[in-house]
Design a protein around this ligand. Sequence first.
Ligand code: ADP
Ligand code: 5GP
Length: 214
Amino acid sequence: MAAPRPVVISGPSGAGKSMLLNKLMKEYKDVFGFSVSHTTRSPRPGEENGKDYHFVTRDTMKSAIDNGEFLEHAEFSGNMYGTSKAAVQDIQAKNRICILDIDMQGVKNIKGTDLNPIYVSIQPPSISVLETRLRDRRTESEESLQQRLHAAQKDLEISKEPGLFDVIIVNDNLEGAYGQLKDALCEEITKAKKVDSSCPELFADSPFKTHIRV
Ligand code: ADP
Ligand code: 5GP
């Protein structure tokens, strides 16, 4: 059986990517591994260095990029973000499905590598719902919030590009979106678990079986 493919999760800030990924990694502990990105933004309350991100200075990040240590990197909302080669290799060395949570520039840059992931877009039901969720999360300044809403509008437009994403999931109802995510990844989960079961058996108790393939 072929090795499981990595998974790229993208979508506007506040769409619910972290929430869905935390749920997935809790349910499938030894199956997935999160690629810990580097960023120059400050940690939010509760975020841990080395777990949520590697929080670094701009100088440190720039010199690591110049050294060829990054698979991709981007500037988002006034800060640098990037996936180091080591972050992905660490997960793959454990034979786990590597999950990358990256922005639209990252998606486009990864397309130019040989990573060959499944591309999943998590989207909010609307921009106004996104704004409410971001405000309720209480992590952003007004300036950062406006930058994220502006980027979201552009991202949602670009995500319609044919072939850019394999799956688009609208995160309206959390359980529904989670069911769709599991369903979209079931073949890779089966491969990673190395069990001889088909996807319907794997998710026999799941009421969510709809793929939205684009
Ligand atoms: P992202 O990682 O995409 O930036 P988060 O996972 O942090 O987004 O979610 C943004 C906010 O929206 C969080 O406060 C989260 O609790 C909330 N949220 C996520 N999904 C839903 C949902 N389906 N319904 C209501 N609130 C949600
Ligand atoms: P946040 O500041 O909300 O954690 O992340 C902001 C945006 O940066 C999100 O869209 C997230 O997916 C993206 N992001 C996080 N890590 C990376 C990365 O390593 N590379 C790229 N290109 N984007 C990233």
